[in-house]
Design a protein around this ligand. Sequence first.
Ligand SMILES: N[C@@H](CCC(=O)N[C@@H](CS)C(=O)NCC(=O)O)C(=O)O
Length: 118
Amino acid sequence: MANPTIHGPNFSTYVRSVRMALEEKGQAYDLNAVNIFAGENQNEGHLARHPWGKVPAFEHDGFDIYETTAILRYIDAAFGGGSLQPDDARGLARMGRLRRRAGCRAVSCLRPRNAWTV
Ligand SMILES: N[C@@H](CCC(=O)N[C@@H](CS)C(=O)NCC(=O)O)C(=O)O
């Protein structure tokens, strides 16, 4: 099977979440550093992967998926290694909270310096 590809810039906290999941799984991957400041996320090629032109988009062996939470769930199910998710209700709830904060809070820290919208 081919290595998966993450389409998105390394500085994105969403992209970082996907990278962390793949690292935890011990799964090699390629990073296509779509430059959102140069508008590459609005290119036809990227819009075919993600209709709203956001990053990350994810590709694995002919399967395309976007939205970070969906990507993370796919990685957990598709690749070997231990589960990335707790199996109890409270653990799952805390995990969901942390994941949202990693995206929203961390990105909002960058917003005064960078003017893109999430
Ligand atoms: N709901 C999306 C949000 C992704 C998102 O907002 N990504 C930002 C960068 S961190 C983006 O693509 N910004 C470019 C733009 O809005 O034009 C997800 O969870 O994957």
